[in-house]
Ligand binder design. Structure first.
Ligand SMILES: *Cc1c(COP(=O)(O)O)cnc(C)c1O
Length: 231
C-alpha cells in the first residue's frame, strides 16, 4: 500500500473514531483532501484510494490540476473546492472551473462569481468564511456581519449558499478548540434554520479535526495527514 493510501485510511479511521465518540455517523463528515502544492501524481494516488473531493488554495495551480484530470480516465466525477483567499480579478477562473468556494467574505466577489458562472454549469456552491478567532491578519467576516451578507447572496442566481467555513487560530488545547468550533456550530444551526439548502460546516484541519467533528463539522479539510508536510 502506498503512503498516501495508508494515510487516507488512517485519516478515515480518525474521522470515524471522532464521529462515533460523540454519537455521530462517520458518513456525516466529508473528507476534503487538501492537495495544494502537491503534484498530480500524489492526487492520482489518493484517487486510486477512493478519494473524490480535493481542495486547492491557489487559482492557477488548481485550474491546471482540474484541466489535467479532466483528460484522465481516473478524473471522472472529481469534486474541486477552492479554499484559499481570492482576489476579485481571479474570480472568473474559480467560477469557470471549481465546484465549491469556501472563502466568501464579501458581496462583490459573490456577485462576480454568480455573473461569471458559465450557463450550463450547476450553481457554484459557496461557504461564507467566518473570522472566528477575530485575528487582524485572517480573512473572513465577523459573526455580526453574517445575516446581511447571507441575505444578499441568497438572491444571486448562479451561486448557492451551502454553509460556513472557518480557520481558527492555532490552538493545541482540545477544550479550547472545542469552544471556538462550538461558536461556529451555533451560527451554522441558525443559518440552517433560515436557509434550508444550508448543509455544510467546513472546519477542522490535520491538527484539530477531532474537536471540529465533536463540535458538528460536516467537512474536514485535511492536507498534511494525507500528503505529508508541505515545502
Ligand atoms: C492548507 C489548508 C488546509 C490543510 O491544512 P493541514 O494542516 O495541512 O491539514 C485546510 N484548510 C485550509 C483553508 C488550508 O489553507
Amino acid at each position: 500500500m502506498s503512503t498516501i493510501q495508508q494515510n487516507l485510511q488512517d485519516v478515515r479511521g480518525r474521522i470515524a473514531t471522532a464521529a462515533l465518540s460523540c454519537a455521530r455517523s462517520p458518513e456525516e463528515v466529508v473528507l476534503l483532501a487538501v492537495s495544494k502544492t502537491k503534484p498530480v501524481e500524489a492526487i492520482a494516488e489518493a484517487i486510486a484510494a477512493g478519494q473524490r473531493a480535493f481542495g486547492e488554495n491557489y487559482v492557477q495551480e488548481g485550474v491546471e490540476k482540474i484541466q489535467y484530470f479532466a483528460q484522465q480516465p481516473n478524473g471522472i466525477g472529481l469534486e474541486w473546492h477552492f479554499i484559499g483567499p481570492l482576489q476579485s480579478n481571479k474570480s472568473r477562473l474559480v467560477a469557470e472551473h471549481f465546484n465549491w468556494f469556501h472563502t466568501l467574505d464579501r458581496l462583490r466577489i459573490a456577485e462576480r462569481l454568480s455573473d461569471q458562472r458559465p450557463t450550463g454549469m450547476p450553481a457554484l456552491n459557496v461557504l461564507i468564511q467566518i473570522n472566528i478567532s477575530d485575528e487582524q491578519s485572517k480573512s473572513g467576516i465577523a459573526l455580526t456581519e453574517l445575516a446581511p451578507l447571507a441575505e444578499a447572496i441568497a438572491t444571486l442566481p448562479n451561486i448557492t449558499l451551502r454553509g460556513l467555513m472557518a480557520i481558527p487560530a492555532p490552538e493545541s488545547d482540545y477544550q479550547r478548540q472545542l469552544a471556538v468550533f462550538g461558536q461556529m456550530n451555533s451560527a451554522y444551526q441558525a443559518l440552517k434554520q433560515r436557509y434550508p439548502q444550508v448543509d455544510t460546516l467546513s472546519m477542522g484541519m490535520t491538527d484539530d479535526m477531532s474537536a471540529a467533528i465533536a463540535a458538528g463539522s460536516t467537512l474536514v479539510r485535511i492536507g498534511t495527514a494525507i500528503f505529508g508536510a508541505r515545502a
